[in-house]
Design a protein around this ligand. Structure first.
Ligand code: ATP
Ligand code: MG
Length: 478
């Protein structure tokens, strides 16, 4: 039976599209994500793809001329597409086409095609659904590959032979996994096998596009769905070998360490429940990558990963560079999180002293709350007693950070006594004594020996100078 979805096309823009198309005698359809998300009731998809049997660019020009304010259109001649914005929508126009591919590129040879041929070249049956904009059957659903059934069964399936689809454009492997994660769908078995067979072809996809999909997976409610699929199909070895290197449990003389790969995925899922911050989620994904290269076993202490935080933070730079991710403050943030990722754990295992909290705030600065969020997510113990204890302790640490901060203002610490003042007081030439005095004042504040304020720090400086055998040349009058 022919389904009709006029209701999906209630926005006045669809009437304009329909009028423009009939004026040009161009058969036209809304296709792709908009239709899929409408049927899934996922809210309105703001980028609307329109396919016409003939020139998409001509339709875009006609539509623009009919819209108030005559919006500007961007034309991509090479691709035969055009785009225009209307309110909060992005309309993307393309002429129906059929495609054939060559092995070494994801750039196809494109020819004009029918609607069915255009739907065939779409990645998944659920993305090939089209709604008619034509007068005689406005709102009718055209679904030659049973995409609606797949929506119902929650299945990702390709319209054509999966091996051909993925080999033609290996980006589709990433997209399949991304949609499976976003929609919580299963990838059809034949597709999964085809992805596994074609995994190596991911190499022809630019790092930017791959990362774009990774970001989308990372933004999902349960990113582990995507990362498990990337891992099981073997794609992850090509994209993030640092992560797959964490997989496995070794046992020597009866001593085992945990599987840090699956642990990491748990941490990412945990953090996804408490923050939408993409980069904090990346920090969770990468927090243990230093563990593979630092793993050691010794009879005395068992398994250790000495310095893995430092090694891991260095690896972050290389990984970002390889994947052409930004080498900016976002990367520095991830590095800092990885570097400090074990610091708060000691506080949660034991009673957190004021001075330990002050030191943490001093070192983490404005990132301290994010760091605690990461460490809370890092609690994956299956022992309910420990689980509860750690969670509670982190609550106490959070409260203590607020309390200590109100009193001592350690965040973005500025030395209360300046270098110049030290020079003047003792009439020093630039020398290492100045650094020693400054560091000692900072230590005294962090230890809680003196409060973080000028007068106490000044007096402490005079004391220090005396003990170092310096004479006070210019003492401040009280
Ligand atoms: P979303 O916008 O949520 O990512 P979408 O389905 O709208 O989902 P787009 O990337 O906006 O995805 O692409 C629009 C449509 O173009 C898709 O629904 C699909 O029909 C088609 N498409 C996009 N990329 C590919 C591809 N690599 N291979 C085949 N078809 C594709
Ligand atoms: Mg879209």
């Amino acid at each position: 039976m022919q389904q009709n979805h006029k209701k999906a096309l209630q926005d006045p823009i669809f009437k304009i599209l329909s009028d423009a198309a009939s004026g040009l005698a161009l058969e036209s359809y809304v296709i792709g994500g908009f239709v899929r998300d409408y049927i899934l009731d996922r809210g309105t998809h703001k980028d609307i793809d329109i396919v016409s049997i003939g020139s998409g660019i001509a339709l875009a020009e006609k539509v623009a001329s009919m819209l108030p304010g005559n919006p500007k259109i961007s034309i991509f001649k090479n691709f035969g597409t055009a785009m225009l914005r209307h309110h909060d929508m992005e309309l993307e126009f393309v002429g129906a086409r059929k495609e054939s591919y060559q092995r070494d590129s994801r750039k196809p040879i494109v020819e004009d095609g029918t609607l069915k041929e255009d739907q065939e070249r779409r990645d998944f049956t659920i993305n090939a659904l089209a709604l008619s904009l034509n007068k005689e059957n406005f709102g009718d659903l055209l679904d030659p590959f049973e995409g609606v059934l797949d929506l119902d069964k929650k299945i990702i399936r390709t319209p054509l032979e999966p091996c051909v689809t993925y080999s033609d454009d290996p980006l589709r492997m990433m997209r399949a996994i991304r949609f499976a994660t976003q929609l919580n769908f299963e990838i059809e078995l034949r597709s999964l096998q085809a992805i596994t067979e074609n995994k190596e072809r991911i190499k022809i996809i630019s790092a930017e596009r791959t990362v774009d999909e990774l970001h989308k997976i990372m933004a999902c409610e349960k990113p582990s769905i995507g990362f498990s699929l990337l891992h099981n199909t073997g794609l992850l070895d090509y994209i993030l070998p640092e992560l797959t290197a964490l997989e496995g449990i070794e046992e020597v003389e009866g001593q085992r360490h945990k599987d840090n790969f699956w642990h990491t995925l748990e941490v990412v899922d945990n953090i996804a429940q408490t923050t939408d911050d993409l980069w904090l989620r990346w920090a969770a994904l990468l927090h243990d990558i230093g563990k593979a290269p630092t793993k050691k076993f010794s009879k005395k202490v068992g398994w250790t990963f000495h310095g893995h935080e430092f090694v891991g933070s260095k690896m972050v730079y290389k990984l970002f560079k390889r994947l052409r991710m930004p080498l900016n403050d976002k990367m520095k943030f991830v590095q800092k999180m990885v570097l400090m990722s074990s610091r708060p754990i000691v506080l949660a295992e034991d009673f957190a002293t004021d001075s330990a909290v002050r030191r943490l705030v001093f070192d983490a600065g404005d990132y301290v709350e994010d760091l605690i969020t990461l460490c809370e997510a890092d609690i994956t113990t299956k022992n309910p007693r420990k689980q509860k204890k750690y969670k509670n302790n982190f609550k106490l640490v959070r409260a203590k950070i607020v309390e200590v901060e109100e009193r001592d203002h350690i965040r973005n610490f500025q030395p209360p006594v300046s270098g110049e003042e030290i020079i003047k007081t003792f009439n020093l030439k630039p020398s290492k004594e100045i650094g020693i005095i400054k560091a000692a004042i900072k230590e005294a504040i962090l230890e809680g020996e003196i409060p973080n304020e000028y007068q106490s720090a000044y007096e402490y400086m005079l004391e220090l100078g005396k003990n170092m055998g310096l004479s006070i040349i210019n003492e401040k009058k009280r």
